[in-house]
Design a protein around this ligand. Structure first.
Ligand code: RP5
Length: 208
């Protein structure tokens, strides 16, 4: 009898979280781009949001929701889906090949272990691809870091730190800010706020 493929407990939990996050269809206008975030229709819609987020597995969602949190905070629209480089290679290639024409402007990929996702996406598009190496397995993300960052010349992947989901989102926004002045303004405001918060803490420390 054929053995059924089973998802790990972590993957099932990640999938549940992802589906509950995507449960309510959210519309978010950005610079005239009206978007719907849905795990179901990525790759088929004509007008895509500027940021595409791909996860190598449902088990990556816990960390990768950091990308979503930052994009929500900066009011930048995105679409998110699971596209595993080794389990769904055809979906990965199709997504990457169609992305530019659909209107995607930056792609963020998060994957762990041998982490081929960002490289496989970069191989199929000339859009900027940001890779987030994720901590998992025996090598705790060092494997994913090397696999993501060590792209051969000509097919770059801008790689952030292990589990650096939030920085991937900020970097995606910085890339978009070249074209969208309102995103540049929001980034500048965010930097100013984070500086002010640090000064406030410093003030407290100085007084103790
Ligand atoms: C990678 O292998 C995924 O990106 C994930 O980080 C890791 C484990 O995947 P699952 O076995 O949990 O699906 O491909």
């Amino acid at each position: 009898m054929k053995k059924k493929a089973r998802l790990s407990g972590k993957a099932v939990e990640g999938m549940k979280g992802l589906l509950s996050d995507l449960g309510g269809i959210a519309r978010k206008p950005l610079n005239g781009i009206d978007t719907i975030k849905s795990a179901l229709d990525v790759g088929t819609r004509k007008k895509a949001p500027p940021v595409g987020i791909l996860l190598g597995s449902a088990s990556d969602h816990d960390v990768m929701k950091g990308v979503v949190e930052v994009l929500d905070e900066l009011n930048v629209a995105y679409e998110i889906d699971i596209a595993s480089a080794h389990r769904m290679p055809d979906k990965v290639a199709a997504y990457a090949k169609a992305a530019r024409e659909r209107g995607v402007e930056v792609i963020v990929c998060g994957a762990g272990m041998a982490a081929h996702l960002a490289g496989a996406v970069a191989a199929n598009t000339t859009l900027p691809v940001i890779g987030v190496p994720l901590k998992s397995g025996a090598l705790a993300g060092v494997d994913a870091l090397y696999a993501t960052v060590q792209m051969p010349s000509g097919v770059p992947v801008a790689t952030v730190a292990i589990d650096g989901a939030k920085n991937a989102a900020y970097l995606a926004c910085e890339i978009l800010s070249i074209k969208y002045p309102n995103i540049a303004d929001r980034l500048a405001r965010h930097r100013a706020e984070s500086r002010a918060a640090m000064e406030k803490t410093a003030e407290k420390i100085r007084k103790t």
